[in-house]
Write a protein of this length. Structure first.
Length: 143
């Protein structure tokens, strides 16, 4: 299979696959296997290729997150609570349930925003898929 990378997209057999950052928010009841399977389904359906996963730092010691790290081939970045809190005003979504549990009304979206640079942008601010919140973004470049 020939892979060509140009103009921020990867072409595989004439399909244009966009490299994206994925912010994820999930409850402690979601297993690492469920996360990986759901993420793979989402990426395939939308023809995206994840280059980075962004998770809230408060999930870092969660056993499912530890399992996710061992299963994932995609780099995982943990975003500190203070940064996520500061990004809340830029988020278009708000979850009362998330706010009740974490103090953040938008976890996945804030995680994705934390990794995009000056020219980056959100493609999907929030999508709930199999009880997992995803936010999809294109990473900009430093200028």
């Amino acid at each position: 299979m020939q892979i060509i990378i140009s103009n921020n997209s990867i072409k595989k057999n004439s399909l244009s696959i966009k490299p994206v950052i994925v912010g994820i928010g999930f409850s402690k009841n979601i297993s690492a296997v469920e996360l990986i399977q759901t993420l793979e389904t989402l990426l395939t359906r939308h023809q995206y290729q994840a280059t980075d996963i962004a998770l809230p730092a408060f999930k870092q010691q969660d056993q499912n997150t530890i399992n996710l790290i061992s299963l994932s081939t995609i780099p995982i970045h943990f975003i500190p609570h203070e940064i996520l809190l500061n990004l809340q005003t830029q988020c278009s979504s708000f979850s009362k349930l998330s706010y009740h549990h974490t103090g953040l009304g938008a976890v996945a979206e804030a995680c994705a925003l934390a990794l995009i640079h000056k020219n980056g942008r959100l493609l999907i601010p929030k999508m709930i898929y199999n009880k997992i919140s995803f936010s999809i973004a294109i990473k900009g470049y430093y200028s």
